[in-house]
Design a protein around this ligand. Structure first.
Ligand SMILES: [Fe+2]
Length: 313
């Protein structure tokens, strides 16, 4: 049995030397400022959590990831594990309490509970017709504005790890992640990537909350955010392109997870993904093993080498 079963992903925590530039990127990416202090920036999506992205002022760095615990009791359980912090009040906007852990590669993992919830931001999206169902939109025109995407929520995080098995074992043991798909290269005992989801029992969750890549380095490959829908990913792409940001990969559809995806780097090379339309699974689905060639999706740009190897500390 794992120590706890994490309830959801909460936020990624980065460090950047210029919070104005960081905010400019995240606004163009489709987030909304929740709060800004002298030394940190808190950005939200259209869903209710107070924030889904934190940037501290400082030298560029991936500090770590944060997840929501289901109960205060789960914080107590984690606080009793070796190397964990005590349960502490979060002295930051959004409040709540947390336990800080350190993963095998030295990155911080915050488990939070009781973060402030805000009113959802309204997003109106037109219905989309299909060939077989062409009156979902009746006497109404498809009109959406040009501009940033509408980031709804944080979906997953992806890391490279040189101690792949240890890192995966650690996240599964501490937070209850379950295997969705694992990917091998050459022979079936050579697992090179592992897609893991939350364990919420009967409840359906995203195909992955955590993807771990076997690597010779440790670092963040990307943070990933759900957009309002597929057109929102496309409109967001045009906007980031107009702003001159660094495009990493996309647009395409993944095979594992099935999302329509698009990847953009912030001014310090931290990659942020937009996606829409993921597969959702509940705990009844057993782990699956696939060859690396099966990673190719049904359409879109093939995976660039520079994205595959991207890991920032
Ligand atoms: Fe992703």
């Amino acid at each position: 049995m794992p120590v706890i079963k994490a309830a959801d992903l909460a936020y990624g925590r980065l460090r950047s030397p210029d919070l104005d530039k960081q905010e400019e990127f995240l606004v163009a990416f489709g987030m909304v400022r929740a709060e800004r202090t002298r030394n940190a920036l808190y950005m939200r999506g259209t869903d209710s959590p107070h924030h889904i992205h934190v940037t501290e002022l400082g030298e560029p760095r991936y500090v770590g990831i944060a997840l929501h615990a289901e109960s205060p009791d789960d914080l107590e359980k984690l606080a009793r594990t070796p190397g964990a912090s005590p349960v502490e009040e979060i002295d930051e906007p959004g409040g709540g309490r947390r336990v800080r852990l350190t993963d095998p590669d030295g990155f911080q993992v915050e488990i939070v509970h009781g973060m402030e919830q805000l009113a959802k931001l309204p997003v109106e999206r037109p219905a989309v017709n299909t060939g077989e169902d062409k009156t979902r939109r009746r006497n109404a025109l498809y009109r959406v504005e040009r501009g940033p995407a509408h980031v709804k929520r944080i979906g997953h995080f992806v890391v490279h790890s040189p101690q792949f098995d240890k890192t995966l074992g650690w996240y599964r043991e501490m937070l209850g992640f379950r295997i969705s798909d694992e990917v091998y290269a050459d022979s079936k005992d050579n697992i090179v990537g592992s897609f893991n989801r939350l364990d919420r029992g009967e409840q359906y969750v995203d195909h992955h909350v955590f993807f771990c890549i076997r690597s010779d380095k440790a670092g963040l490959n990307h943070l990933s955010y759900e957009a309002a829908d597929m057109d929102d990913v496309m409109v967001g792409h045009e906007h980031l392109k107009e702003k001159g940001y660094d495009h990493y990969w996309g647009i395409g559809r993944h095979s594992l997870g099935s999302q329509v995806f698009d990847y953009w780097a912030d001014p310090w090379g931290r990659v942020h993904e937009h996606w829409a339309d993921t597969d959702v699974l509940n705990a009844s689905v057993p782990p699956n093993l696939l060859g690396r060639h099966e990673l190719i999706g049904p359409w879109g740009e093939p995976i660039p080498q520079r994205f595959m190897q991207h890991a920032v500390r």
